[in-house]
Design a protein. Structure first.
Length: 160
């Protein structure tokens, strides 16, 4: 397995986990936010959710990036709907493993609110949760509640 997508709503830790994978597993990490066209970034910064037409070119770029990279690669990408994940898979001639990073909504809201300099406002979290379709049984992937997020942002006991 060489192609991974770290998926989930904003603030779930895609960039944090991707950076850790890059360091610990010697694999390439690409933050999917960097692949968004400026129009998408501007729209989200204004608190307007993206629609399928906005997402389609971006998701195609995610798939093409996975396909053309040699070696192990992980891309952070919300991939909220099954059809979005299918659009990514359509560009890759090998299996793509999706890791759905998840955490309680209040933890994610706190992370998004306290993230300096990011275009995605916390006001869009509800629309992302409304759009989110969890991985189907026929999809190659798994869901993980990130202990990293819980340790850092909740009042849960520290997990080591």
């Amino acid at each position: 397995m060489r192609c991974y997508v770290l998926m989930g709503v904003s603030g779930c830790g895609k960039s944090s986990v991707g950076t850790a994978l890059q360091v610990l597993c010697d694999m390439e990490f690409v933050d999917g936010d960097d692949l968004h066209p400026q129009e998408n970034i501007d729209k989200m910064a204004k608190g307007v959710p993206l629609d399928d037409d906005d997402r389609a070119p971006w998701l195609a770029d995610v798939g093409r990036m996975l396909a053309r990279h040699e070696g192990a690669i992980a891309i952070g990408c919300s991939a909220l709907k099954k059809k979005y994940r299918d659009w990514i898979r359509a560009h890759v001639d090998e299996p793509v493993h999706f890791l759905h990073l998840d955490a309680p909504r209040d933890v994610l809201a706190q992370r998004v609110t306290h993230r300096p300099g990011h275009f995605m406002p916390a006001s869009l979290l509800d629309s992302q949760f409304a759009t989110l379709e969890r991985l189907d049984r026929d999809e190659w992937g798994e869901r993980s509640i990130s202990p990293f997020l819980l340790n850092r942002w909740s009042h849960s006991p520290r997990i080591t």
